[in-house]
Design a protein around this ligand. Structure first.
Ligand SMILES: NC(=O)c1ccc[n+]([C@@H]2O[C@H](COP(=O)([O-])OP(=O)(O)OC[C@H]3O[C@@H](n4cnc5c(N)ncnc54)[C@H](OP(=O)(O)O)[C@@H]3O)[C@@H](O)[C@H]2O)c1
Length: 265
């Protein structure tokens, strides 16, 4: 049996496997993790094959997906290195910030590396994944990985030098964070929580869904939604004056610094 093998059975693996199952992905999926409880849960929920032994998990892989946290990657790859892999293997790292050069250096020539940046939204099949390919990855290997992620959402290919910028921009946490901030502010001015949640979720989600299906530019839609001299105009002007755009940029820059730290691990 040759399978898609996930090393790390945490949050993103769980979301990806759920999305793959939703898409009818029928290839065998193997998950390895050091926590057998997590493995059993994945087995029950998503019919994955679990493998507690790292060596055996890697042996089963024709596609290896590294899904441990960035600070665990070095140790994991060291353990794999000790297996003295001889056969060619395609590997995809989901680890934020860790460059292809480090991954390639860790395991040597038999492994052809790619990086992917999905989000847990892939659980619903409506995600987005950025891909970047290392040297020596064949067109067939690229197509296999592209197809895998395309089954859980949209795929974009970007050069590796833009990967950190993509990673900090494309996070579902932005939506949840903006929602939490808007709900909190709405409650502070007198809305009950339930109504605040409904109103804030519609304000954020419906406007973006509308922008997606319209042919109108963001600038046009912003003008349409805010009558000159009106309430929305006053709210946005006050937000901008208070540094809203600057603050968002500050947040993204903190993410870039964290990604660079990951690269040093
Ligand atoms: N979560 C997201 O939204 C998201 C999105 C895109 C990319 N990513 C990337 O995906 C990776 C995983 O993120 P996550 O949020 O899924 O992390 P997570 O929930 O912490 O899952 C990682 C799992 O791997 C296990 N693990 C670590 N080292 C191991 C080893 N040597 N052998 C076996 N198991 C090991 C961890 O166990 P311990 O807890 O004991 O370490 C944990 O169960 C990260 O590199 C992250 O940058 C995450």
């Amino acid at each position: 049996m040759k399978a898609t093998v996930f090393l790390g059975g945490g949050r993103i693996t769980s979301a990806l496997v759920a999305g793959l199952r939703l898409a009818g992905h029928e290839r065998p999926i193997v998950v390895h993790d050091r926590h057998s409880k997590k493995l059993q849960k994945l087995r029950r929920q998503h019919r994955v094959i679990v493998e507690e032994d790292l060596r055996r998990a890697v042996e089963l892989a024709d596609l290896l997906i590294v899904a441990v946290r960035p600070d665990s990657v070095r140790e994991l790859l060291q353990e794999i290195r000790e297996q003295h892999l001889r056969r060619r293997l395609t590997a995809v790292s989901l680890a934020a910030g860790i460059p292809l050069s480090k991954l390639q250096a860790a395991l040597g020539l038999p492994v052809r590396w790619m990086r992917a940046m999905p989000s847990p939204v892939c659980r619903s099949g409506r995600g987005l994944t950025a891909l970047t390919f290392g040297r020596g990855v064949s067109p067939a290997e690229r197509a296999t990985v592209r197809d895998l992620f395309a089954s859980v959402g949209t795929v974009v290919e970007i050069p590796e030098k833009r990967f950190d910028a993509f990673t900090v921009t494309y996070s579902s946490s932005h939506g949840y964070h903006a929602l939490a901030a808007l709900v909190g502010a709405a409650e502070a001015i007198g809305l009950d929580r339930k109504t605040a949640l409904v109103a804030a979720a519609h304000a954020l989600a419906d406007s973006i869904a509308g922008w997606r299906v319209s042919n109108l530019s963001l600038e046009k839609l912003l003008k349409e939604a805010a009558t000159p001299g009106g309430i929305a105009t006053a709210v946005m002007a006050a937000l901008d004056k208070a540094g809203y755009r600057r603050i968002v940029k500050t947040g993204l820059c903190a993410g870039i610094r964290r990604a660079r730290k990951n690269a040093e691990r």
